[in-house]
Design a protein around this ligand. Structure first.
Ligand code: GLN
Length: 520
């Protein structure tokens, strides 16, 4: 019976919590049970903090009780995330808890303070269950670059969940939490959302404060929500977004309260009428799987049937996205990672001599992919090459942004595209060839280069594995993207694939909702 609570979306849990049917402790315990039981098979979590989570849950129950005594208005004033479980990628600082960023160089490091988003989540009363697995310093597309072993995809345990936020995506797909947090520098929220069959949003650059997040590439990194339903993802964005003086790139743009009131199916479906969507032809990249392309084309047909118009558009500089990203991101990473010197954070190796400590700590603390990025980045920034590589890449970045500007200036409400060229690939398949791994993000990177919001919403299965539909908007248009995603969820609500649960969960130790009542 308790397992059933894990199957409910956050907005329904919130309603039952308010109605007094269940407590945050019930909800939290149900999710912890499933997470603990399945984690040996999935490795989605690096830490599950049962006691701390239950304490958060009790505090949420007390807060709800107090609000009830204050009357209906006080209860209505509570955030829908109150008392609901959330998973944080292990690069979000939570005071007193580990923060490894998936790296050996930060093993044993304990955050001395809360990140901005952690403070916001505490303010609304969310329950932090623990920290999730990720590619080391968020570099990767499969979670295989984690120093703590890969995460398995809940749809097929021998496949990757995507990355770098693969742990957070797998945890939500496997019903360990209705909400989780990821970061997206080149696709690390949208791609794992697609590969795990859930919703993920990379907000506009500057929408969410990066204070207290382990930095990868500062001009590209954004924090964003995962959930199984766009209503939940929108509510989570509402909780974490907004200006914070401690991150000078966080913007004062208003955070719309409508994020908390996305429409139900009837209204959402009709809201697609009259929408003008662009389909960028360059996003059907070489190497795209036919099953992925088929699902995306079917999604386009469904959107048209619901009254939207979809026109082919061109973003001519798309092809340069990958090359410029792999100059800009490693360049910024090489600067950001200079701080891991064996003095300030994590373990200190070497024989005591400063240089020896530095070499030993970084040599043994960083994995191969991180070293590759540091080398690429320092090379691109070095005197003599800066103009040829870094500066040139920044100029091309402006052209990529101009492609998007032209389309939005022409009156398109959003773009629709594939999120990932392929479904979840087998563990190990792309490890030996870094460029094949980099190509995983061909359809997501340009959005980061341009600083735009991008969302991935499930759009069916190909050979039993999830496919994601990407929606890309003009800056600050997250609400519009969520409304479109909600519309798409509504028009596909009856689709057979909507009811399919990740089949590998049975093997991973979760009988879940399929267990007949009383069988526990
Ligand atoms: N896969 C890309 C990379 O390895 C993007 C990662 C991310 O978005 N953090 O850099």
């Amino acid at each position: 019976m308790t397992d059933d609570l894990t199957r409910l979306p956050g907005y329904q849990l919130a309603a039952r919590l308010r109605a007094g049917d269940i407590s945050s402790r019930d909800i939290t315990a149900a999710h912890l049970d499933v997470a603990e039981r399945q984690n040996p098979a999935l490795n989605a979590w690096l830490t599950i903090d049962r006691e701390l989570a239950l304490a958060d849950a009790d505090a949420a129950d007390a807060r709800l009780g107090e609000a009830r005594r204050g009357g209906e208005a006080a209860v209505d004033g509570l955030h829908p995330l109150l008392g609901l479980p959330i998973a944080l990628k292990d690069l979000v600082s939570v005071e007193g808890r580990q923060c490894t960023a998936g790296s050996r160089i930060l093993s044993g490091y304990v955050s001395p303070y809360d990140a901005h988003i952690t403070e916001r989540l505490r303010d609304v009363g969310a329950v932090i269950l623990g920290k999730t697995n990720m590619d080391e310093f968020a570099m990767g597309s499969s979670t295989e670059h984690s120093a703590f072993g890969p995460t398995a995809n809940p749809w097929a345990l021998d496949r990757v969940p995507g990355g770098s936020s693969g742990g957070s995506a797998a945890a939500v797909a496997a019903y360990h939490a209705p909400f989780s947090i990821g970061t997206d520098t080149g696709g690390s929220i949208r791609q794992p959302a697609a590969l795990c069959g859930i919703v993920g949003l990379k907000p506009t650059y500057g929408r969410v404060s990066r204070y207290g997040i382990v930095a990868f590439a500062s001009s590209l990194d954004q924090i964003g929500p995962f959930a199984r339903d766009s209503r939940d993802a929108a509510a989570l964005l509402h909780a974490i977004a907004g200006r914070d003086d401690r991150d000078s790139t966080s913007a004062p743009a208003a955070v719309p309260d409508e994020l908390l009131a996305l429409p139900g199916d009837d209204e959402a479906a009709s809201s697609l009428r009259g929408k003008r969507l662009g389909l960028p032809r360059e996003y059907f990249v070489a190497g795209m799987e036919p099953g992925v392309e088929a699902r995306v084309r079917e999604a386009v047909a469904a959107l048209e049937k619901a009254g939207a118009t979809v026109e082919e558009v061109s973003l001519p500089h798309t092809d340069y996205g990958l090359a410029t990203y792999y100059i800009v991101a490693p360049a910024e990473a090489s600067a950001n990672l200079a701080r891991y010197d064996g003095i300030r954070y994590g373990p200190r190796l070497g024989d005591g001599d400063v240089l020896s400590n530095y070499l030993a700590t970084r040599g043994q603390g960083f994995g191969a992919e991180v070293k590759r990025r540091v080398m690429l980045g320092t090379y691109a920034l070095s005197a003599g090459y800066y103009d040829a590589y870094y500066l040139k890449a920044q100029k091309v970045r402006t052209l990529i942004k101009a492609d998007f500007d032209a389309v939005f200036d022409a009156g398109f409400d959003a773009l629709v595209a594939p999120t990932s060229p392929t479904v979840a690939f087998p563990l190990g398949a792309r490890l030996a060839d870094p460029v094949s791994m980099y190509l995983s993000d061909a359809c997501t990177l340009p959005v980061n280069m341009a600083g735009l919001p991008g969302l991935s919403v499930p759009t069916g299965l190909s050979d039993g594995l999830p496919v994601g539909l990407q929606l890309i908007g003009a800056p600050w248009k997250e609400l519009e993207l969520f409304r479109l995603a909600r519309g798409y969820e509504a028009v596909t609500a009856g689709a057979e694939w909507r009811g399919v649960e990740p089949p590998a969960l049975t093997t991973a130790g979760d009988a879940g909702a399929r267990t007949p009542a009383g069988a526990h």
